[in-house]
Design a protein around this ligand. Structure first.
Ligand SMILES: Nc1nc2c(ncn2[C@@H]2O[C@H](COP(=O)(O)OP(=O)(O)OP(=O)(O)O)[C@@H](O)[C@H]2O)c(=O)[nH]1
Ligand SMILES: [Mg+2]
Length: 202
């Protein structure tokens, strides 16, 4: 089964996107496998609304393991099952909390093992004049790695919070070699473009 990983800095909207994208793919409840860096695995099952309450947060570093669900992507008259994997946020430097460091190391391993990588940015926090100020080194490194991978795309999230296309245009200028898909994990705008991108890589 192909693996589609969502990565990015903490709090950019990865978990909310995974859950609302699962709903967009017609799941009503989600069976989520939580895979911790120490090998512990927990299986949970929630309605999508309950999962959003429990797993997404206004505070960063909410997700501290891989959160895996399976969903079907429609393909012509059939469908193909994929794994959608949410990950803990990546930051520059060495984080002071050892558990957070281990969770980030787990995310880096998952990047190497995934077929499709959706690299998410929060464009509502991007500075209009100096977008590079709000893009971290790890984001640039991920984008460089993405040049080697056909299944890599950038998701410009939280478009519902920006007044115009300025931040999306700025982000695209920073990464001219990559596809940038504007989305809102909250309103589900742009989700059909993400589905098309994923489908073409299956
Ligand atoms: N308005 C708006 N808010 C969003 C959007 N996506 C996420 N959020 C909010 O941003 C916050 C962080 O969302 P999460 O999905 O928990 O972010 P995350 O990237 O999984 O964060 P970590 O697990 O800490 O790395 C929550 O308060 C979400 O409701 C969006 O598209 N629009
Ligand atoms: Mg999360």
């Amino acid at each position: 089964m192909k693996k589609c990983l969502i990565v990015g800095k903490p709090n950019v909207g990865k978990t909310l996107f995974m859950l609302n994208f699962a709903q967009f793919l017609h799941l009503e409840t989600v069976n989520i496998q939580l895979i911790y860096h120490n090998g512990v695995i927990e299986n949970t099952s929630y309605s999508i609304s309950r999962a959003k309450e429990l797993l997404s947060s206004v505070s960063p570093y909410k997700t501290i393991c891989l959160q895996v669900l399976e969903a079907d992507i429609p393909m012509g008259k059939g469908r193909q099952r994929i794994q959608v994997i949410d990950s803990s946020g990546l930051t520059d430097g060495i984080h002071m909390n050892v558990e957070t460091r281990r969770a980030m190391a787990q995310t880096l391993t998952a990047i190497r093992e995934s077929d499709i990588i959706l690299h998410m940015f929060d464009i509502s926090s991007m500075f209009y004049d100096h977008p590079s100020h709000s893009i971290s080194k790890v984001d640039y490194q991920l984008a460089e790695f993405g040049q080697l991978k056909d299944g890599y795309a950038i998701l410009a999230n939280k478009v519902d919070l920006v007044p115009n296309k300025g931040p999306v245009v700025q982000l695209q200028k920073q990464f001219p070699e990559h596809l940038v898909i504007p989305i809102s994990a909250k309103t589900s705008s742009g989700f059909s473009e993400v589905r098309t991108f994923v489908r073409r890589r299956l």
